[in-house]
Design a protein around this ligand. Structure first.
Ligand code: XMP
Length: 478
C-alpha cells in the first residue's frame, strides 16, 4: 500500500531565534566533521561537478577551511593530476617537485612549466638524478628557445636538509634573496621543494584545512562502473584524502557493492557515498562501510530527477531522516543540493547535517572550470547538471573518442539541465559571505558550535505569507 507523508524543504521553515550570549561572530566555531576521520574548519564542500571542482576550486575551498571534491569526468591521469596540483599548492614543502634534465631545450622547459602551471623546475642529472641547477621564468624570459637548459639555468643552488622548518626555510630564502629552496636528503637526492609563495600562503590562510603533512585537504569522486577501482587506487596514490562514490541513486546495489569493494581493497580509505534521501538509504550505506553519507535526491538547482522520475524527498526532511541514523552510528551526513543562501546552509546543519555540498553558489567563479561567456553585455559561465544531455554526450565522446551522428539522442534520458550562471569573480569572497552568514545563524540559535546549534534547533513551519514576509517585500530592491 502506498504511504503518504509530509516532506519539507528550506523555504518551508525558519529556525526559531534563541537566547544568545554571543557578542561577536568571532566567538562562534565552524569546525565540523566531513566524515568519521576528517575534520573541516568550515562546513562547506564544493560539488564534484565538471563546472565546479577541479584543482583551483579545491585549493580555494581548503584555504577557506572546507574541502573540494574533484569530479570524475576526466581520464584517470587527468583527475589524478588535479589531485596532485591541489596537494602541491599551499603545501609548505612540495614533496615531488617537477624536474627536467639539463639537455632539454628552453622551449621544452617553457612548455612543461606552462603545462604544469609552475614558475620553476629543478634540473637533475639524467643519469645520477643529482640536482644540477634550477630554471625559473627569469632564466628563460629572453633565452633562445633552442638553447639547452644547462646553458641558462642557475647552477649555484642554495639547498637545505629535510628537517628544515618553516621559519628556518623563510630565513634561508630571505638571506639569499631567493624564492625556491630545494630540499636534499642525506644521499643528496631531491626530496622536496619549499617556495616563498607557499610560505606566504600558509600565513595568509590560517583557517586552511590540511592533511597530516600540512597540505590542502582534497577529495575525489569515483563512479560505480568500469574503472572505479583503478581510478580509486590512482587517486589515493596521488594523496586524495577522501573518495566519494558518486551515483544519482545511492540506495542501490551498485553503490553498496562499490563501497564494499573499495573498503575491502583499501581499508584505510576514507569513503563517502551517496546520494540517498531516506533513513534506510543512509543505514544501508553505513552498513556497507561508508565514513559519511551524502544526502539529496533531486534537490540540486540543475536537477530534473524529480520531474523526470517523480522520485525524491524535499531536502530538509531528507536531511532530518538521514541525520537520525547518522547520529545513531556516529557517521556524519552531508547535505547536498538546493543550498542557495547561508540561511539554507544554517537550516541544513541545524537539521543534523555536518557539512553542506554546494554547486551553483560556486559555479560562475574564477575558480570553477570553464570560460566566461558574454551575452547581452552580461558575463556568464556554464553550470550544468552531470546528468544533463550536454554532460552525458561530453562524457561519451571522452570515453569513446566520438559521438556519432547516428547516435539516437533519445537513448539519453537527461536528469539535469545545462544552465548559465552570472560570472561572480573570485570564490573567496563568496565563501567569506557564506561563513559569515552561518556564524550569524549560529548566534541566532544561541550556539557557539554546530553541534550546539543542532541541540538548540527548533524549526517553525511557515505559510506562503510567512515566506513572502521573509524576503524583501514592498520595496524596489536596488
Ligand atoms: P546545487 O543546488 O548546489 O546542487 O547546484 C548541486 C548538486 O546537484 C546534484 N547534481 C545533479 N542532480 N541531476 C540531478 O538530479 C544532475 O544532472 C545533477 N548534477 C549534479 C549533485 O548532487 C550536486 O552536488
Amino acid at each position: 500500500m502506498a504511504e503518504f507523508r509530509e516532506g519539507l524543504t528550506f523555504d518551508d521553515v525558519l529556525l526559531v531565534p534563541k537566547y544568545s550570549d554571543i557578542t561577536s561572530r568571532s566567538q562562534t566555531d565552524l569546525t565540523t566533521k566531513l566524515s568519521r576521520n576528517i575534520t573541516l574548519n568550515m562546513p562547506f564542500v564544493s560539488a564534484n561537478m565538471d563546472t565546479v571542482t577541479e584543482s583551483a576550486m579545491a585549493v580555494a575551498m581548503s584555504r577557506a577551511g572546507g574541502i573540494g571534491i574533484i569530479h570524475r569526468f576526466l581520464s584517470i591521469a587527468d583527475q589524478t593530476e588535479e589531485v596532485l596540483r591541489a596537494k602541491r599548492s599551499g603545501s609548505v614543502m612540495i614533496e615531488h617537485p617537477y624536474t627536467i634534465s639539463a639537455d632539454r631545450t628552453v622551449q621544452e622547459a617553457r612548455e612543461y612549466s606552462e603545462d604544469r602551471q609552475v614558475s620553476g623546475l629543478l634540473v637533475l642529472d639524467k643519469d645520477t638524478g643529482r640536482l644540477e641547477g634550477i630554471i625559473t621564468g627569469r632564466d628563460i624570459l629572453f633565452a633562445d628557445p633552442a638553447d639547452r637548459v644547462r646553458d641558462v639555468m642557475t647552477k649555484d643552488v642554495v639547498t637545505a636538509g629535510p628537517g628544515v622548518g618553516r621559519d628556518e626555510a623563510k630565513r634561508i630564502l630571505h638571506d639569499n634573496r631567493i624564492e625556491k629552496l630545494p630540499i636534499l636528503d642525506e644521499k643528496d637526492t631531491v626530496c622536496g621543494l619549499v617556495t616563498s609563495r607557499d610560505i606566504i600562503n600558509t600565513s595568509d590562510y590560517p583557517n586552511m584545512s590540511v592533511d597530516g603533512k600540512g597540505r590542502p585537504l582534497v577529495g575525489a569522486a569515483v563512479g560505480v562502473k568500469g574503472d572505479f577501482m583503478e581510478r580509486g587506487e590512482a587517486l589515493l596514490g596521488a594523496g586524495a584524502d577522501v573518495l566519494v562514490v558518486d551515483i544519482a541513486h545511492g540506495h542501490s546495489e551498485n553503490a553498496m557493492g562499490t563501497v564494499r569493494n573499495i573498503k575491502k581493497a583499501f581499508p584505510d580509505c576514507e569513503l563517502i557515498a551517496g546520494n540517498v534521501a531516506t533513513a534506510q538509504g543512509a543505514q544501508d550505506l553505513i552498513k556497507a562501510g561508508v565514513d559519511a553519507v551524502k544526502v539529496g535526491v533531486g534537490s540540486g538547482s540543475i536537477c530534473i530527477t524529480r520531474v523526470i522520475t517523480g522520485s525524491g524527498v524535499p531536502q530538509l526532511t531528507a536531511v532530518i531522516d538521514c541525520a537520525k541514523v547518522g547520529r545513531e552510528n556516529d557517521v556524519p551526513i552531508i547535505s547536498d543540493g538546493g543550498t542557495r543562501t547561508s540561511g539554507d546552509a544554517a537550516k541544513a546543519l541545524a537539521a543534523g547535517a555536518s557539512s553542506v555540498m554546494v554547486g551553483s553558489m560556486l559555479g560562475g567563479t574564477d575558480e570553477s572550470p570553464g570560460t566566461v561567456l558574454t551575452k547581452n553585455g552580461k558575463r556568464f559561465k556554464v553550470y550544468r547538471g552531470m546528468a544533463s544531455l550536454a554532460a552525458s554526450i561530453g562524457r561519451k565522446s571522452k570515453e569513446t573518442g566520438y559521438v556519432s551522428l547516428d547516435d539516437d539522442l533519445n537513448d539519453y534520458v537527461a536528469e539535469g539541465v545545462e544552465a548559465m550562471v552570472p560570472y561572480k569573480g573570485g570564490v573567496t569572497d563568496i565563501l567569506k559571505q557564506l561563513a559569515g552568514g552561518l556564524r550569524s545563524g549560529l548566534s541566532y540559535c544561541g550556539a557557539h558550535t554546530i553541534p550546539q546549534m543542532q541541540q538548540n534547533a527548533e524549526f517553525v513551519k511557515m505559510s506562503r505569507a510567512g515566506f513572502a514576509e521573509s524576503n524583501p517585500h514592498d520595496v524596489s530592491v536596488m
